[in-house]
Design a protein around this ligand. Structure first.
Ligand code: GLU
Length: 449
């Protein structure tokens, strides 16, 4: 198993985030590989760490001033053993192959846990939508799709949103796909409601992560009622995490963006959340404005000289990292533990470093890794695909009921697998083992392809 890590490191020495994601899985699935020589024999893990296909392309576009820009576009088609490639597109300046391979690799396992037939993929661009006008974003999306369209399809690869890609971008991408193919089909998820989208899709990742936290707490006879909760991020995942927490009687006290965070000791209530949603989704403003509107809240700008994030250093019961990868390091994790946090549910992908995860596990924190805790988003994407195939749409209640059921299922599956493989209560081992076995068995069944 160490050989596999060596192999991955030697092949792409600079892909640190990808190595990190592989390391977590390899460490967790040791008990499975010990019990199943057939996986080792068929080199399942060696095959899983190599994407089935990586597409990389030039994305030229023109800004409103007539200046030409060139970005890089990607789609990593990681694994199609249990269904068409499925996973989001990320538009952010930090996007590179390492980030997308880590995301695509995690997506394979996450999608397997949802119980829906979806393989794993991820894509995006180093394009920064921040500060761009709608027309610039549209021209970028159109150029991006002018290449991507030949690689995707409703039975081949079904992209969706991620950081920097929301309803607006999915709309522009879909419009261009439809024009190029002359086909109206469910090739993307996260679509608008009146053209094939699903109710609850925008809410799904955040709601799912709260449902997962509720399941974890229930194993200790606890509920979210009255719990003080730290949330990072202010995008789609953070907003709907906040909404569901309010609904369940918890008290969310923080939100953040790349410039800083707000701490509102009185709690973020429905009215304040509406302000945030308008600020972020309509005006596309900064979270700093929250403290201008609600002066009892404290705004703290990011201080690059600190080796920890002060957001994680407040008295709280639960934490919902919902911003981005590696946002909780060892020091942050120790702060969380010292401040009394008993439950961490990851809305973001890989927000905790390996050191942070060890600290959570050593301190008996209920730790819900992203692959399990944030699978609600892609699960409802799967339900959107189902509705598109059926050519009908389910009610809000119906989709939410299915989402809740799926999150319960993932929780149970991870818990049972953790027990079976000798690490009771360890969701990292449980989720990784259960997902690995599902994908590995499908790969064995399908032969050496
Ligand atoms: N980007 C989301 C994730 O990380 C959703 C992917 C999808 O809906 O396909 O799972």
């Amino acid at each position: 198993m160490n050989d596999i890590l060596e192999l991955v490191r030697a092949r792409d020495p600079e892909q640190k985030e990808f190595h990190q994601a592989v390391y977590e899985v390899v460490e967790s699935i040791k008990p499975v590989l010990e019990q199943h020589p057939e996986y080792r024999q068929a080199k399942i893990l060696e095959r899983m760490v190599e994407p089935e296909r990586v597409i990389m392309f030039r994305v030229p576009w023109m800004d409103d001033e007539g200046q030409v820009h060139v970005n890089r576009g990607y789609r990593v088609e990681m694994n199609s053993a249990i269904g068409p490639y499925k996973g989001g597109l990320r538009f952010h300046p930090s996007v590179n192959l390492s980030i997308l391979k880590f995301l695509a690799f995690e997506q394979v396992f996450k999608n397997a846990l949802t119980t829906l037939p979806m393989g794993g993929g991820k894509g995006g661009s180093d394009f920064d939508p921040k500060g761009k006008t709608d027309t610039e974003v549209m021209r970028f999306c159109q150029s991006f799709m002018m290449e991507l369209y030949r690689h995707i399809g409703p039975n081949t690869d079904v992209p969706a949103g991620d950081i920097g890609v929301g309803a607006r971008e999915i709309g522009y991408l879909f419009g261009m796909y439809k024009r190029l193919r002359n086909e109206f089909t469910g090739v993307l998820t996260g679509k608008g409601l009146n053209w094939g989208g699903s109710l609850i899709r925008p809410e799904a990742t955040g709601y799912g992560s709260v449902y997962f936290a509720a399941e974890m707490l229930a194993t200790r006879g606890e509920t979210l009622e009255g719990k003080v909760c730290l949330i990072s991020g202010a995008g789609n995942v953070a907003q709907y995490t906040c909404e569901k927490l309010i609904e369940m009687g918890a008290k969310p006290v923080t939100l953040s963006d790349s410039n800083g965070y707000i701490y509102d000791e009185e709690g973020i209530d429905r009215e304040k959340l509406d302000f945030v949603m308008e600020l972020k989704n309509v005006r596309r403003g900064r979270i700093r404005e929250y403290a201008e509107r609600y002066p009892q809240a404290v705004y703290t700008p990011v201080d690059p000289s600190l080796d920890y994030n002060p957001l994680w250093n407040h008295k709280a019961d639960c934490a919902f990292p919902s911003a981005t990868q590696n946002e909780i390091n060892g020091k942050d994790a120790q702060h969380l533990v010292n401040n009394g946090v008993i439950c961490v549910s990851e809305g973001a992908n890989m927000p905790s470093t390996p050191e942070a995860i060890d600290i959570f596990l050593d301190n008996n924190v209920l730790y819900g890794l992203g692959k399990a805790a944030n699978a609600g988003g892609v699960a409802v994407s799967g339900l959107e695909m189902t509705q598109n195939s059926l050519r009908l749409s389910w009610s809000r209640e119906e989709v939410d009921r299915r989402l809740r059921e799926i999150m319960k299922n993932i929780h149970r599956t991870a818990l049972e697998a953790a027990e079976r493989y000798g690490h009771p209560g360890n969701y990292v081992v449980g989720a990784n083992c259960a997902a690995f076995v599902k994908v590995a068995d499908a790969m064995l069944d399908q032969g050496l392809v």
